[in-house]
Design a protein around this ligand. Structure first.
Ligand SMILES: [Zn+2]
Length: 323
């Protein structure tokens, strides 16, 4: 995801963004999702051992809730990570990474300190956020479920990011104001303010001689609800459940033994016939498809109701029995 759009700093990335469209990132689009049980290789272009080990041990957390393996290799990984300063933290989304020339980075962190082994909450949140994009997650603040829960004041939002990042109105539209249509996404929860994907990319800006980091990328001044949305540093339960149902694990990971298919269905709120179908499914692809279908059915409850109400079923039974 290119929220802190690196195209301002790297013309070659700008060209790619213009060619492919900017990537976005706890909403998923099926075109970004990897095949189930994929091994995704990654390597580092630069950075020291401290920076690299912070990324290694933090991003691993996503694999506890998925059937994906991130495998580190010496060079030429599908995910190529750099630590270029003052260029933002960003990544390409999901399988988009496979289309990037081998000599280019697909992900950058400009905020991972190289001097101390301690991982700060901010570093942790950024690493989890970017790897959420790698798995195909989109930004929560652009969720189709946003209306009436988070309403941006258009003029104030444009002004805010114009002052902060020197973003054009078009960029604010694309990165913040634009809301995905439900038909564009393969799954999305009700808006989850705790999601690690709920934030505009961290952006460090230079004001005079100082580097300033804004604590609230989505401040109360730019939405009608008056909500300050802080950066989340951890995966929310909805993050875990939705990623699990897109990359279903056969058995729970040793680190999270209670996160199994039954639990994630409960957390995600999947019930009724679709829950049974998913529990009876025999392969991860079927579970992903059934979960996507459930997401469609959620927004068309009448047209796609899977099971008639109990009273209707009873009356049908009586009718068949007595006539
Ligand atoms: Zn992002």
């Amino acid at each position: 995801m290119l929220l802190s759009d690196p195209s301002d700093h790297f013309p070659e990335i700008k060209e790619k963004v213009e060619e492919n469209g900017p990537c976005h990132a706890a909403v998923t689009q099926s075109r970004y999702l990897w095949d189930n049980n994929s091994i995704i290789t990654y390597s580092y272009i630069d950075g020291n051992d401290i920076q690299q080990s912070k990324v290694d041990c933090t991003m691993e957390e996503w694999t506890w809730y998925t059937n994906i393996e991130f495998r580190k290799i010496e060079c030429g990984g599908t995910i190529r990570i750099s630590f270029a300063g003052l260029t933002g933290s960003w990544t390409y989304n999901g399988r988009e990474c496979m289309g990037i020339p081998d000599n280019e980075a697909t992900m950058n962190f400009d905020c991972i300190k190289s001097s101390t082994m301690t991982i700060t909450p901010k570093e942790r949140g950024v690493i989890l956020h970017e790897f959420g994009h790698v798995l195909g997650l989109l930004h929560e603040h652009q969720s189709p479920k946003r209306p009436r829960i988070l309403t941006f004041c258009e003029d104030a939002t444009k002004q805010y990011y114009r002052d902060l990042y020197q973003w054009s109105d078009e960029r604010v539209e694309e990165q913040v104001l634009r809301k995905y249509d439900e038909s564009e996404v393969s799954s999305c929860s009700n808006i989850d303010f705790k999601s690690v994907m709920m934030s505009v990319e961290q952006y460090l800006i230079k004001l005079c001689a100082d580097i300033v980091q804004h604590r609230y990328p989505i401040p109360y001044t730019i939405n009608t609800q008056g909500i300050d949305i802080p950066r989340n540093h951890d995966l929310s339960d909805i993050d875990k459940a939705y990623i699990f149902l897109n990359y279903p694990r056969v058995v729970a990971h040793d680190k999270t033994p209670d996160w199994n298919i039954r639990k994630v269905l409960k957390v995600a709120g999947v019930g009724g016939r679709r829950r049974k179908d998913i529990l009876n499914a025999t392969c991860p692809d079927s579970i992903r498809d059934l979960f996507a279908q459930w997401n469609v059915e959620k927004r068309m409850p009448c047209a796609t109701a899977q099971s008639p109400p109990r009273l209707v079923r009873f009356l049908r039974w009586v009718f068949r029995r007595h006539l």
